[in-house]
Write a protein that binds this ligand. Structure first.
Ligand code: GDP
Length: 440
């Protein structure tokens, strides 16, 4: 995400790279480049101008005799200002009330229903809550089906009333059901329209007045750029929502929506959607997003996501197996599933500093795992448990079963062997100490 903007900002900074100090002249030139980069990224003109004016003011006021180069200084300034532009600190969900009621609003296709499922999944798995979903779109039976399928998938109950044509009543029934069943969060997925529509606005206003929600989250597709910002403005004028959810940030977004929304509606972005899977949801951290835009990577998010997928019991089991040198292809297979659960590979790699830019033109996808998975699936249970018995003739058979070349199987076997050796070494304190001693 945002590769284009990162590239252009990088170029803008180059103007300053060879310079010994920040002067009116070289800052003016850099700011012009930065403003252009922001406008190209579909940032609202007023926002871009106010932003660059602000950075220029601060840059010129800086003491040029500091130990950092002007380029570094400007990067830091930009980082601070971008963070501020996107809201400063992460905005938490207000989870008071019993049950907490969260209303989801937005246009059709923005990703409302998907987000409703993701949020429920997040609150259930990360916050230990017991959510109930309410299907409050009376116009599209398919939307109700979709929510029910998602609910089934993540193990969260869904309230729907196919007989009723009254969204206010359905929402209230859902809340009553939650109280009865001990659900402490109710997430109401409302009806959208293709475009802003008076009847829709009135309907959702009525639902809001009736259920008195703690949170009203406005869901919008980040790929629509300035349109997203304009739609946000209209919804906010009517609904006074509490936060924004930007979806599809995994797509080819230029970043404009993320950068302008806060300054236009003065409401925080609370979540970002980064894929179609239920796990592809991140709490929005303005500081991390700023460093991502500046190409500084986002190690913290990466680490957090890894931790979320990490099952301690499973990890302890795995440790034990590694110590006994019993790590087998079943373990390897389940490791791959864990990595896949973490989300889109390219997106994950983009969070590693320095890698983001490199990966720009490389196609990485979950398909990379497909061939490995096929090979492992073509092994017999005995082979998976005892990789050492996999001789040449077995390899030939496995390759045929997986529809691949013998070479591929050989390569995987070699990688697996190397991995086992390394794991064994790392789990042996004496060997580890020995390795450390040999390090320069
Ligand atoms: P709704 O009409 O607002 O309820 O939108 P949906 O939840 O049905 O989403 C519309 C489409 O966008 C679906 O195909 C979703 O899979 C897709 N979608 C939703 N969120 C994301 C996201 O964060 N990334 C990507 N790539 N697709 C998404």
């Amino acid at each position: 995400m945002f590769e284009n903007l990162s590239d252009k900002l990088d170029r803008a900074f180059k103007v300053l790279k060879g310079q010994g100090s920040i002067t009116e002249i070289n800052v003016a030139e850099t700011m012009k480049e930065i403003r252009k980069a922001l406008l190209d990224a579909d940032v609202n003109y007023k926002t871009a101008k106010a932003f660059t004016d602000d950075v220029r003011q601060k840059a010129i006021g800086q003491n040029v005799l500091t130990a950092v180069s002007p380029g570094q200084l400007l990067t830091k300034l930009m980082n601070d200002e971008l963070t501020e532009l996107m809201g400063g600190t992460a905005a938490e969900l207000e989870l008071k009330g019993s049950p907490t009621v969260i209303l989801i609003a937005g246009l059709n296709g923005a990703g409302k229903t998907t987000f409703t499922g993701k949020l429920a999944n997040y609150l259930k798995t990360q916050k230990n809550k017991k959510p109930l979903l309410v299907a409050d779109d009376i116009y599209r039976p398919a939307a109700i089906d979709q929510l029910q399928v998602l609910g089934g998938h993540i193990g969260v109950p869904v309230y729907a009333n196919l007989e009723s044509k009254n969204p206010v009543a359905i929402a209230l029934e859902g809340i009553a059901q939650a109280k009865q069943n001990g659900n402490n969060i109710v997430i109401i997925d409302t009806a959208g329209r293709l475009a802003i529509d008076e009847a829709m606005m009135q309907e959702i206003e009525r639902v809001k007045a009736a259920v008195n929600p703690q949170e009203v989250l406005f869901v919008v597709d980040a790929m629509t750029g300035q349109d997203a910002v304009n739609t946000a403005k209209v919804f906010n004028d009517r609904l006074d929502f509490t936060g924004v959810v930007l979806t599809k940030l995994d797509g080819d977004t230029r970043g404009g929506a993320a950068l302008s929304i806060k300054s236009v509606v003065n409401k925080p972005i609370k979540f970002i959607g980064t894929g179609e899977k239920m796990e592809a949801l991140d709490v929005f951290h303005p500081d991390r997003m700023a460093s991502r835009i500046l190409g500084m990577g986002d190690v913290v998010s990466l680490v957090e996501r890894a931790q979320q997928q990490f099952d301690e019991k499973e990890a302890a089991e795995l440790q034990k197996k590694i110590r006994k040198n019993k790590f087998d292809f079943n373990d390897f297979y389940s490791q791959i599933q864990q990595i896949k659960k973490m989300g889109n590979m390219k997106d994950l790699m983009g969070m590693i500093p320095g890698v983001g830019k490199m990966m720009k033109d490389v196609e990485v996808s979950d398909d990379a795992f497909k061939s490995i998975e096929a090979i492992i699936q073509s092994m017999t249970p005995k082979e998976k448990e005892n990789p050492d018995i996999i001789n040449q003739s077995r390899r030939t058979r496995i390759a045929k079963g997986a529809g691949t070349e013998l070479q591929e199987v050989n390569r995987l076997m070699k990688q697996f062997d190397d991995m086992r050796k390394m794991m064994k070494q790392m789990s042996n304190p004496a060997a580890m100490a020995n390795m450390m001693r040999r390090m320069p």
